[in-house]
Design a protein around this ligand. Structure first.
Ligand code: 13P
Length: 249
C-alpha cells in the first residue's frame, strides 16, 4: 500500500544552527512514538549534511536540484550532491520555483530524471493559481503539469514519484483548500495517473496536500481517502506546530 508522508518544506528559513536545533528537537519529539506516517524534513541545501547526522527516524530531502549533471553551473547543486549528503528526497517543481525561477515542465523533466538516477525520491509539486481555479480550469492545469513533467517515465520509474498537490492560492495565505476541494483534486490526479499507468501504479502513488495545512485542519484533510499526507511550509518551522500535523494520521 501507498505510504502516508508528512513532509516539512522549510523554504529559505533558519540559520544552520537554528536548523540543527529544529531537527534535533523534532527527532526528540518523535522518539518512542509510533506513527502512521513517514516524517520528512526538507531544509535548505547547506543544512543537509549536518542534519543528516542528527536524524534517525526522519527522512531528509532537498528543496530543489539542478537540471544538469555537473560542471560549470555556478551556484547550482546537483542531484548527486544532494544524494551524497544522505538525503533521500528532493522537492521538485514547487510553485515558488516555477513562478520565481521560471522552472518549466521541460526543465523539471530533466530534474526528475537526475533525481531518479541518483536514487532520490522526487516530491513533485503541482497546482493551479487562483485565476485558474476561478476560471474552472484547475484540472487541466494540473493534468498538463503531470503529463509534461512526468509522463515520459516508465511505469517502474513513475512508481518512485511522490506527488504534492499545492494549490498556489493556498500557499502561505492561511486559505486552505477545503477537505472536499482537496479530495476532489486528489481523486482526479489519481485517475489521471491510472489512465496512463494503470490502477495499481495509481493506487500505490502517495499524493500529499500542501497549502496552509496546520494543526487545526490536518486531521480533516488527511481523513480523505486520496489524501496521503501533507507538504507543510510555515507550520513545519516549529516542533509544537508540526507534531500535531504528524500525529493527525
Ligand atoms: P504553507 O504551509 O506555508 O502554506 O506552505 C505550503 C508549501 O508551499 C509547502 O511546500
Amino acid at each position: 500500500m501507498r505510504k502516508n508522508i508528512v513532509a516539512g518544506n522549510w523554504k529559505m528559513n533558519n540559520s544552520l544552527q537554528e536548523g540543527l536545533t529544529l531537527a534535533k528537537d523534532l527527532q526528540s519529539a518523535l522518539n518512542g512514538k509510533t506513527l502512521n506516517c513517514e516524517v520528512v524534513i526538507c531544509p535548505p541545501f547547506i543544512h543537509l549534511a549536518h542534519i543528516a547526522g542528527e536524524v534517525r527516524t526522519i527522512g531528509l530531502g532537498a528543496q530543489n536540484c539542478a537540471d544538469k549533471v555537473s560542471g560549470a553551473y555556478t551556484g547550482e547543486v546537483s542531484a548527486a550532491m544532494v544524494a551524497s549528503t544522505g538525503a533521500q528526497y528532493v522537492i521538485l517543481g514547487h510553485s515558488e520555483r516555477r513562478a520565481y525561477y521560471a522552472e518549466t515542465n521541460d526543465i523539471l523533466k530533466e530534474k526528475v530524471l537526475l533525481a531518479l538516477a541518483n536514487e532520490l525520491t522526487p516530491i513533485f509539486c503541482i497546482g493551479e493559481v487562483l485565476s485558474e481555479r476561478e476560471a474552472g480550469i484547475q484540472n487541466q492545469v494540473v493534468e498538463s503539469q503531470i503529463c509534461e513533467g512526468l509522463f515520459d517515465l516508465s511505469a517502474e520509474d513513475f512508481g518512485k514519484i511522490v506527488l504534492a498537490y499545492e494549490p498556489v492560492w493556498a500557499i502561505g495565505t492561511g486559505k486552505t483548500a477545503s477537505p472536499e476541494q482537496a479530495q476532489e483534486m486528489h481523486a482526479f490526479i489519481r485517475k489521471t495517473v491510472a489512465g496512463k499507468y494503470g490502477a495499481q501504479v495509481a493506487d500505490e502513488t502517495s499524493i500529499l496536500y500542501g497549502g496552509s495545512c496546520n494543526a487545526g485542519n490536518a486531521k480533516e484533510l488527511f481523513s480523505n481517502p486520496d489524501v496521503d499526507g501533507g507538504l507543510i511550509g510555515g507550520a513545519s518551522l516549529a516542533v509544537d506546530k508540526f507534531m500535531p500535523i504528524v500525529e493527525a494520521f
